[in-house]
Design a binder for this molecule. Structure first.
Ligand SMILES: Cc1ncc(COP(=O)(O)O)c(C=O)c1O
Length: 440
């Protein structure tokens, strides 16, 4: 085991770190200085396997030359242009390429800079769509327990991560949450669980309670990532789709993690054969290299919003200074080119069965209380020791000293390997995790 690592001379207290136990970090820093392929290097130059593709954003591995060169070239030509009332060619090209990857009829693409922004954009689109149709009373949004939709006001309000909600007051006023989909009948079932499609009927209950004509949208992650890889039960997403269609509720899939191949197809919508009305994406759109996100929407929804606005007027009073930033568009174009040319998503599909078998093989180890996974997303949940999440976090810290970066969602340890990883590298990740769980 390596000693705690901090061989940088920087003081560690000026930066207030995001989603980090800052005081603990200052005592036990985990600094990453460099990355290449599926490895990080700490400040002493020691290797660490990237077991979580960064934050689920680096399917191609780190440091792809093609992306770097495309960004440099773009920056030399055009470093910035205002995205309001002006446009850059690369953004139109990227939107066309994204549209070609999307399930029909999603074919209109709005750019943002983070998953959180994409989610808030999607919620605002949904609300404006209903107003434009003369149903402005449709303001309620349905989210789900254990969902994560980022940290902006809309996103945390519809999200269902308790710690992300309770410090911030009331949030959006008209929000309800479906129950989450982890049920005892499905424990240790890798892939989609056999039971639980009827959990989607919670949406009918909200329709009964509030009236369909008050509900604008229902937002879910096809696979909930941040609370420990909650795979939908068989038929659950289809059922949600049916209920939304029946009641005129827009279905939003938050594919910030699942987008760009993680489930074996470009989007989980395609993998599960369920098409939402609006779809958010981020992270892997640029292979994590430059912040970028997008919201895809059906043309018909865009048309309703456009036609409600007077000719010559701004149709959607929303956008970001860095929407469709030229450098991000260049990174996106270079990334999608690699995905196409290297058939990256089929590689994810090919790697998934052995990876999921590895994750499933944790069943029976002492204290392992569930295993879950789909595609290249896998979680091993262990019984807590001490406060909930303490044991999981302890393993994350030990893993860093041992040479592995992973995610801890409470006491669920999550692996999401880069698609560039070899089967041996993936086995090494699961071997380290198995050892650390035994020792914890
Ligand atoms: C499903 C989902 N939505 C939204 C977000 C927020 O993205 P960002 O951190 O880029 O704001 C995340 C981040 O992990 C996510 O997993």
């Amino acid at each position: 085991m390596r000693a705690a690592i901090h061989s940088s001379n920087e003081p560690l207290f000026h930066q207030w770190m995001p989603f980090t136990a800052n005081r603990q970090f200052q005592e036990q820093p985990r600094l990453i200085a460099r990355a290449e392929g599926v490895y990080y290097y700490n400040t002493r130059g020691e290797k660490l396997l990237d077991g979580s593709s960064g934050l689920y954003c680096i399917p191609l591995g780190h440091g792809r030359r093609e992306i770097r060169e495309a960004v440099v070239k773009q920056m030399e030509e055009l470093d910035y242009a205002p995205p309001f009332q002006y446009g850059v060619p690369a953004a139109f090209r990227l939107s066309t390429e994204v549209a070609q990857m999307l399930p029909a009829p999603l074919n209109r693409v709005f750019f943002a800079c983070s998953g959180s922004e994409a989610v808030d954009t999607a919620l605002k689109m949904a609300i404006q769509y209903h107003r434009a149709r003369g149903e402005g009373q449709r303001m309620r949004i349905i989210g789900r327990e254990r969902g994560y939709h980022g940290v902006n006001f809309g996103g945390w309000s519809v999200g269902g991560m308790v710690a992300n909600r309770k410090a911030f007051g009331v949030g959006l006023p008209a929000v309800s949450h479906l129950r989450h989909t982890v049920i005892k009948e499905n424990l240790f079932q890798m892939g989609e669980g056999e039971s639980g499609a009827d959990l989607a009927d919670d949406l009918e209950r909200f329709v009964n309670l509030h009236g369909a004509d008050t509900i604008a949208a229902c937002i879910v992650e096809p696979i909930a990532g941040s609370t420990g890889i909650l795979v939908p039960p068989k038929g659950y997403l289809k059922r949600l789709r049916e209920i939304c269609t029946k009641h005129g509720i827009l279905l939003i899939f938050d594919e910030v993690i699942t987008g760009f191949g993680r489930t074996g197809e470009a989007f989980a919508a395609q993998t599960f054969d369920v098409t939402p009305d609006i779809l958010t994406m981020a992270k892997a759109i640029t292979n994590g290299s430059i912040p970028m996100a997008a919201v895809a929407v059906k043309e018909e929804i865009q048309q309703v919003i456009f036609e409600a606005a007077p000719a010559g007027a701004i149709e959607f009073a929303h956008g970001y200074t860095y929407s469709a930033h030229p450098a991000a568009c260049a990174a996106g174009l270079a990334t999608l080119k690699i995905y196409r040319e290297e058939n990256t998503f089929s590689r994810a599909r090919a790697l998934a069965p052995a990876f999921l078998e590895q994750i499933g093989s944790f069943k029976g180890l002492p204290d392992v209380i569930d295993t879950r996974g789909f595609g290249l997303l896998g979680a091993v949940e262990i019984a807590p020791k001490g406060k909930p999440g303490e044991r999981g976090f302890g393993i994350l810290c030990k893993a860093f000293e041992t040479g592995l970066v992973l995610r801890a969602a409470g006491d669920s340890l999550v692996l999401a390997p880069p698609f560039a990883a070899t089967p041996d590298q993936i086995n090494e990740m699961t071997d380290i995790l198995r050892r650390l769980i035994k020792e914890s």
